[in-house]
Design a protein around this ligand. Structure first.
Ligand code: NAD
Length: 431
């Protein structure tokens, strides 16, 4: 079995340590051992040339004890049931770690979206909602964007849901365009939240942002906003990569013009230092995606996909801290080696929770009809995620465990309270 297909199993192996430390009821192990529901569909899509293609798609609802399911929809050629299930398991924990009233779910379509025209992409997005209409809902399971899906896709999906339901249901999906009931601050929320978490770590270490060099793997929605905000806060972003390659500048890169350039050309290159048309391409070194992972930096940010650091390439890592913005970017084998080498890993379930926190705020705004300014949204995001990060760091220190174990303990405690509230074996045995 590959490292990838054992991710859910590996996540549950960590859970054994968590259950033992918390001494939770066996009922909880049983409930969390497998997802509540796995829905699968084939999505028929009429292509521009008249042919028909059917794309495999999933919606997995892992657990809804603490509230309706919540989780993004991913469009990627490698999407499979195991991946979507693992991601839905992490969503369950993540929502509990930052204490928002949602369970965990996830969706995915096995497709290369870059090979589709805009119209084909729209048909595919609408087809997803037609397939899963009966199992999602504002009180049931609320999708959101993930890899290769964005607010445009969420807008099509919200519109399709409204067409079928014959009424507007904005709370059915989050990450929508502002005009369709989206929240201020949602697009940058994951990157912003990750920066709050890194800041909380930095303050504990008594460091200044200017003293910290950062390399960012993955320059998509999450990685870009993180890099932009970190640069504004004073961190030195020395390297950035996307799926096609990377760039390095010892003196520090400017994320915003690189982003603008990438969106124009769809690739990263040195020709990015355009400030009012004054281009300075000097000193920008092109590097490979693997090379970025082995740079001698203070912080390595993983904001691409799963399994970026594996048992194979972990030996190359020289960073002091790894910030997991992607879900599951470090395989369990690599994680164990990083722990041994005292490389701090700030785990995904905490570091990337900013997105789901603002999704929750969007859902609240949709349900109350009271819409807030970006300032208020950002403040509420900061309060929640800094609080969760502080608790996680303090607990790790107090109990002498890794940040990952600490975050899992934090999430599991809340999940256990909710599950025990329904009655467990201990209750029925009169213990
Ligand atoms: P995205 O599709 O916008 O960006 C992904 C980026 O990773 C792209 O720039 C792509 O080129 C790059 N990439 C892919 N393979 C790479 C490789 N081998 N080396 C370097 N770069 C590579 O996706 P996103 O929304 O930014 O999500 C990124 C990660 O963050 C995912 O794991 C996602 O699950 C996680 N995440 C995202 C959000 C969110 O709100 N966007 C929230 C929580 C978690």
């Amino acid at each position: 079995m590959s490292e990838k297909t054992t991710q859910l199993h590996a996540a549950q192996k960590i859970m054994d340590e968590i259950y033992a430390r918390l001494n939770v009821s066996d009922d909880i192990r049983c409930r969390l051992h497998q997802p509540r529901r796995i829905h699968q569909a084939g999505l028929p899509v009429r292509m521009d040339n008249g042919s028909l293609k059917v794309f495999p798609a999933w919606r997995v609802q892992y657990d809804d004890t603490r509230g309706p399911g919540k989780g993004g929809i991913r469009f990627h050629p490698d999407v499979c049931e195991d991946e979507v299930t693992t991601l839905s398991f992490w969503m369950t924990l993540k929502c509990a770690v930052v204490d928002i009233p949602f369970g965990g779910a996830k969706g995915g379509v096995q497709v290369d979206p870059k090979a589709l025209s805009r119209l084909e992409l729209e048909r595919l997005s609408r087809s997803y909602i037609r397939a899963f209409f009966d199992v999602i809902g504002a009180d049931r399971d609320i999708p959101a964007p993930d890899v290769n899906t964005n607010e445009k896709v969420m807008g099509w999906m919200a519109d399709e849901y409204a067409e079928i339901a014959r009424r507007q249901v904005p709370a059915i999906i989050t990450g929508k365009p502002i005009g369709l009931g989206g929240s201020q601050g949602r697009t940058a929320a994951t990157g912003r939240g990750a920066l709050h978490v890194l800041d909380a770590w930095r303050v504990r270490e008594d460091l200044k942002p200017e003293e910290i060099t950062v390399a960012v793997q993955g320059f998509g929605n999450a990685g870009y906003h993180f890099a932009r905000l970190a640069k504004e806060a004073g961190y030195k972003i020395v390297a950035i990569s996307d799926s096609q390659g990377g760039i390095y500048l010892k003196e520090g890169l400017e994320p915003s013009p690189i982003w603008d350039h990438k969106n124009k050309t769809r690739k990263l290159s040195g020709m990015v230092y355009c400030d009012d048309s004054v281009c300075s391409v000097d000193n920008v070194e092109s590097i490979g995606t693997e090379e970025l992972l082995g740079l001698e930096v203070d912080v390595l940010v993983l904001a691409a996909l799963e399994n970026a650091i594996t048992g194979e390439n972990v030996k190359n890592v020289q960073a002091k801290v790894i910030l997991e913005i992607a879900n599951g970017p470090i395989t369990p084998a690599a994680d164990a080696q990083l722990l041994e080498r005292d490389i701090v890993v700030i785990p995904d379930v905490l570091a990337n929770a900013g997105g789901v926190i603002v999704s929750y705020l969007e859902w609240v705004q949709n349900r109350t009809g009271d819409y807030w300014s970006e300032e208020i949204v950002n403040e509420r995001l900061a309060t929640r995620i800094v609080n969760a990060a502080t608790q996680c760091f303090q607990r790790a220190h107090r109990e002498d465990v890794s940040l990952r174990v600490s975050a899992y303990l934090q999430g599991m405690e809340l999940l256990a309270v909710a599950m025990e509230g329904r009655g467990t074996q201990r209750y029925f045995e009169g213990e």
